[in-house]
Design a protein around this ligand. Structure first.
Ligand code: NAP
Length: 457
C-alpha cells in the first residue's frame, strides 16, 4: 500500500462460504490486512446454515472452519448489517480499499408457464429456507395434506426437496430442522412424488450420492421406466466425455432402481424427457401438463426439443427447482439476464466493461448458482488473487473498521459481532439439547437479537 505501515482494509459483503473463503485467501496472502465481514442477518454462514439440508450434517461441519477464520484478530464480523439497507455502496467505497461482494444468489428462477402463480406452486428455495428456519421463509406454509407432490428440475436442490418430503420425521427429529417444519411434515399425507427432468438421465444434474439416498428412504420406492434408461448414440458418446463425471454412476443407480421388484408403499417417480408446459387448477394447482421432449445436438451439448406429445399428472403441490438467480444490489452494476454482477475474473465491471476500482465479486453472485461449497474456495482465491494484483493501485488512505462502526453507531444500528453470534448459537444449542437435536434455530430476527443480548426470547 502507498500508505506505509497501514493495513489493507477490505470489506466482504456476505458471510456464506464464498465470503469466508475470500477472508481465508486474504489472510493467507501474508499482507497486513483488516477484514470486515458484513452479513445482512444476525447469524453467519449463509447457505451452510440455510441451504444445506438438515439431514446432511456432515456438510454443515465446514462452519467450524469458518468460525476459525472469524476468530482471527484481523477479521471482524458485522452481523445484522446489510449493504443498501444500513450502509450504502458509496459509503463502503469511501471507507475501504476494496470491497468483495459475496452475497450469493437469493432468488429462484421461474418456469414462465401458465398457471405458475396458482396457490400450491412454490419455489424450491422457499421450501428449503422454510425447513432450514431462514427468517425470510419461516412464515410460509405448504399444503402437505396433498397426496401428490411434483418437483420440477433434476438438480441436487430438487433431490433435497424430495428427500425432506419423504424422509420419516423420526429420522429428521434429531437434525437441526426447524421445529415448525418438523411439525408440518409429521402430518404429511404425500404418497407420490414426481421428479421431472426435461432432458435425459445422462444430462441430469444431481450427483450419485444424493441420487442413491432417494433409494434408501424407508417406506418409499423409487420408480423409473427402464426404457428411459437406454442411452442413444449421442448419449453413449457423452458418457465418455471427461467432464461428464457423474452420469455413468447415475445411470447405474437408476438401473438398479428400475430393476427393483414393485412393492406397495409410497413412491418417488423419476421422469425424463418431460418439460413443464402448464399448471391447471380451480382455486389451487391440481394438474401439471408436460410436453414430451427429445434430445438434439452434439454429445455434451444436447438440448431438449418438443416432440408434440402431451402428458398430464395430478399435482396437489408443486415445487419448481430449476436453479437460483442473483438479485441486484443498490448502487452496483447487475446483469439481469444472467442474474450475476458483471465482472472480469472477479473485478466488477460497469456497463462499458471497465473495472470499478476497488470492487470485487465472488461466489454465486459472480459465476451463477453452480458447484458445491468447496467450489467457492477456488473461486474466492481467484478473486482475491486479482485484488492482490491491484493492491498498489488501490486508493489510500481508508479509515476502514472504525469508520464503519462509528457510522452504524451514529445510526443507532445494532451490530452483532462474532461473540454475540456465538451467544445466539449457545442458546440455539441449549434449546436443541432439550429436544435431542444439535440446535433449535431461532427463526425470527427479533429472537436472534434478544438471544444475543442474553434476554429470554
Ligand atoms: P442445478 O443443478 O442447476 O439444476 C437445475 C435443474 O433444473 C436441472 O435439472 C435443469 O435442467 C432444470 N431446469 C432448468 N430450467 C428448467 C426449465 N425451464 N424446465 C425444466 N427444468 C429446468 O440447480 P440446483 O439444483 O438449484 O443446484 C444449485 C447448485 O447447488 C448445484 O451446483 C448443486 O449441485 C448445488 N447443491 C449441492 C448439494 C449437495 O452437494 N448435496 C445440495 C443442493 C445443491 P437442464 O439441465 O436441462 O437445464
Amino acid at each position: 500500500m502507498s500508505e506505509a505501515g497501514k493495513p489493507l482494509r477490505v470489506a466482504i459483503v456476505g458471510s456464506g462460504p464464498s465470503g469466508f473463503y475470500a477472508a481465508e485467501a486474504l489472510l493467507a496472502s501474508g499482507l497486513d490486512v483488516e477484514i470486515d465481514l458484513l452479513e445482512r442477518l444476525p447469524v453467519p454462514y449463509g447457505l451452510v446454515r440455510f441451504g444445506v439440508a438438515p439431514d446432511h450434517a456432515k456438510l454443515k461441519s465446514v462452519s467450524a472452519v469458518f468460525a476459525q477464520i472469524a476468530a482471527d484478530p484481523k477479521v471482524r464480523f458485522f452481523g445484522n448489517v446489510a449493504l443498501g439497507r444500513d450502509v450504502t455502496a458509496d459509503e463502503l467505497a469511501a471507507m475501504y480499499h476494496a470491497v468483495i461482494v459475496a452475497c450469493g444468489a437469493g432468488a429462484d428462477r421461474t418456469l414462465g408457464i401458465p398457471g405458475e402463480d396458482l396457490p400450491g406452486v412454490h419455489a424450491a428455495g422457499d421450501f428449503v429456507g422454510w425447513y432450514n428456519g431462514n427468517p425470510d421463509h419461516a412464515h410460509l406454509s405448504f399444503d402437505l395434506s396433498q397426496e401428490v407432490a411434483v418437483v420440477i428440475g433434476q438438480g441436487n436442490v430438487a433431490i433435497d426437496v424430495c428427500r425432506i418430503l419423504a424422509r420419516p420425521v423420526d429420522e429428521l427429529r434429531r437434525t437441526d430442522i426447524a421445529q415448525h417444519a418438523l411439525d408440518a411434515l409429521a402430518g404429511s399425507r404425500i404418497r407420490d412424488i414426481h421428479l421431472i427432468g426435461r432432458r435425459g438421465p445422462v444430462q441430469a444434474k444431481f450427483t450419485p450420492k444424493e441420487l442413491r439416498e432417494l433409494g434408501a428412504l424407508p417406506g418409499w420406492q423409487p420408480v423409473v421406466d427402464p426404457a428411459a434408461l437406454e442411452p442413444g448414440e449421442a448419449c453413449r458418446r457423452e458418457l465418455t466425455l471427461p467432464h461428464v463425471v457423474h452420469a455413468a454412476k447415475n445411470l447405474d443407480i437408476l438401473r438398479g432402481f428400475a430393476a427393483r421388484p414393485m412393492e406397495a408403499g409410497r413412491r418417488i417417480h423419476l421422469h425424463f424427457l418431460r418439460a413443464p408446459a402448464a399448471l391447471h387448477g380451480d382455486n389451487r394447482v391440481q394438474r401439471l401438463v408436460l410436453g414430451g421432449q427429445q434430445l438434439s445436438g452434439e454429445a455434451g451439448a444436447q438440448s431438449a426439443v418438443a416432440t408434440g406429445e402431451q402428458y398430464e399428472l395430478d399435482a396437489g403441490l408443486v415445487f419448481r427447482s430449476v436453479g437460483y438467480r442473483g438479485t441486484a444490489l443498490p448502487g452496483l452494476p447487475f446483469d439481469a439476464r444472467a442474474g450475476v454482477i458483471p465482472n472480469a475474473g472477479g473485478r466488477i465491471v460497469d456497463a462499458s466493461g471497465q473495472p470499478l476500482p476497488g470492487w470485487y465479486v465472488t461466489g454465486w453472485i459472480k459465476r451463477g448458482p453452480t458447484g458445491v461449497i468447496g467450489t467457492n474456495r477456488a473461486d474466492s482465491m481467484d478473486t482475491v488473487a486479482g485484488l492482490l494484483q491491484d493492491v498498489s493501485g488501490l486508493a489510500a488512505p481508508r479509515p476502514g473498521r472504525q469508520a464503519l462502526a462509528s457510522l452504524l453507531e451514529s445510526r443507532s444500528h445494532r451490530v452483532i459481532d462474532f461473540a454475540a453470534w456465538q451467544a445466539i448459537e449457545r442458546v440455539e444449542q441449549a434449546r436443541g439439547q432439550a429436544l435431542d437435536k444439535p440446535a433449535e434455530k431461532f427463526v425470527r430476527i427479533d429472537d436472534m437479537l434478544a438471544a444475543a443480548r442474553g434476554a429470554p426470547p
